[in-house]
Design a protein around this ligand. Structure first.
Ligand code: NAP
Length: 234
């Protein structure tokens, strides 16, 4: 697809991978809206990127419906939805509390379903569209302390396969991108230990792949893509 003047909505665009994707797509000529919960972080990102900022929680259905109304009013017909917003929690099974588990699923699974449902209605009607789910290599195998986060990304991978099967006949491309460890604020917020060094992936590496899969001629698509650091050193 040609990104020039394409309308893209990125959830969780105020930080990390979503913010880098907003920058790369804007530079390619797309008209971009980003969402996030924290109003100050969102306003700062929207201002510095020159994109539309919509304060919204993907886990809140009223916020989701308002997000799509605002995108339609401010930017027009949606071409690309990037479900990027995600949170994690690092806890062993024996320490897992219901609230932490539910919060991860509310954002990473229910929130993605709500956003995608609204986008799919538009895409089906117009017989075109692009849906990118930012999952993780955590959707490919389990690990200690991963109960909530890894399971949420397995669920996201499963939903992605269902949506691809439902929407392909309407020319809708449904992509799954699985980044391995990326240096953002995510690990600190989720309680996963992270050593920062130049051998590890940066947000712009994932943004580069997002742009690449979108830019392929719309007659084809890459269903699933995993991105690893070549030789990460801890
Ligand atoms: N960093 C990694 O190592 C890594 C690896 C693989 C996959 N991923 C995935 O990549 C995606 C982005 O992660 P990141 O590393 O860029 O994280 P990040 O820097 O923490 O950014 C997360 C973004 O999502 C927003 N967000 C969180 N919950 C939200 C909600 N309920 N509704 C709306 N916005 C919400 C955050 O803003 P607010 O908090 O203000 O809402 C922020 O803008 C996530 O899905 C994550 O699982 C990350």
């Amino acid at each position: 697809m040609d990104l020039k003047n394409a309308v893209a909505l990125i959830t969780g665009g105020s930080s990390g991978i979503g913010r880098a994707a907003a920058q790369v797509l804007t530079q390619a000529g797309a008209r971009v809206a980003i969402t996030g919960r924290d109003p100050e972080r969102l306003a700062e990102a929207a201002r510095s990127l020159g994109v539309v900022g919509i304060q919204a929680d993907v886990a809140n259905e009223a916020d989701v419906l308002r997000t799509f109304r605002e995108v339609a009013q401010k930017l027009g017909d949606l071409d690309v939805l990037i479900n990027n917003a995600g949170i994690g929690v690092r806890k062993e099974l024996i320490d897992m509390d219901r609230a932490s588990f539910d919060a991860v699923f509310a954002t990473n699974v229910t929130g993605v379903m709500l956003m995608s449902r609204e986008a799919a209605k538009l895409f089906k009607e117009r017989k075109r569209g692009n849906l990118i789910n930012i999952s993780s290599t955590a959707s490919l195998r389990g690990a200690p302390n991963g109960t909530a986060y890894y399971a949420s990304k397995f669920a996201l991978r499963g939903m992605t396969e269902c949506w691809r099967a439902e929407l392909r006949k309407y020319n809708v491309r449904v992509f799954l991108i699985n980044p391995s460890e990326v240096i953002t604020g995510f690990a600190r917020r989720a309680g996963f230990p992270q050593a920062d060094n130049p051998s590890k992936l940066q947000s712009e590496d994932i943004a580069h792949m997002i742009k690449a899969v979108l830019e392929m001629n719309s007659r084809g698509f890459t269903p699933e893509l995993s991105v690893f650091a070549t030789n990460p050193v801890d």
